[in-house]
Design a protein around this ligand. Structure first.
Ligand SMILES: [Zn+2]
Length: 185
């Protein structure tokens, strides 16, 4: 693995050992980071994303920041760095306002979605689009400062996890552990 060679998560961030949810999220971020391709131009950006996210999970920098938000921001930022995050501003086929996330086609409007299998379309409401755009453009701790209702947050968390697995073509073991631990309301 490129950005996580040798050291153990608990050695770097001892607080995580006391917080099962944060620890499980941290292990997942580390496993995702093993998929950073070799010979890229910007390994430092992936490394700082990982280390900043782990640091935030410890709660040392910002108190009471929801670990689910830290994980979600990491996923979208990681996918964006990897060039895998579609443009959320307009439909990938016709430039109209998008309504769905299609994992191959990107964000798709209602009309263009008619040509695609309904099973492959994930409905994205306005607050979810706003959160995605915010994460993709904000920097620093501001990136974590957005609010949405639980239902929309849980949907976005689901889609983000599924999209990550789909794009990495990986069955992430740490994600199974995380999902077993963190129940959805
Ligand atoms: Zn369209």
């Amino acid at each position: 693995m490129m950005v996580y060679s040798g050291s153990k998560l608990i050695d770097l961030f001892p607080e995580l050992r006391l917080s099962p949810n944060e620890m499980a999220a941290g292990e997942y971020l580390c496993e995702v980071s093993t998929f950073v391709p070799e010979n890229i131009d910007n390994p430092g950006e992936y490394l700082s994303l990982l280390l900043n996210s782990l640091y935030l999970l410890t709660g040392r920098k910002v108190k009471n920041l929801d670990f689910r938000i830290i994980k979600l921001v990491f996923e979208i930022a990681f996918l964006q760095l990897s060039g895998l995050m579609p443009d959320p501003d307009s439909c990938s086929s016709c430039d109209k306002e998008p309504l769905y996330w299609h994992f191959d086609e990107g964000f798709i409007c209602e009309r263009c979605a008619l040509k695609l299998s309904p099973d492959s379309l994930h409905f994205i409401d306005k607050s979810m689009f706003a959160a995605i755009k915010h994460i993709m453009t904000a920097r620093g701790v501001k990136r974590y400062a957005f609010k949405m209702n639980e239902k929309s947050l849980n949907s976005l968390i689901d889609f983000s996890e599924e999209y990550m697995k789909y794009k990495l073509e990986a069955d992430l073991k740490s994600l199974h552990v995380y999902r077993n631990l963190v129940s959805r309301k």
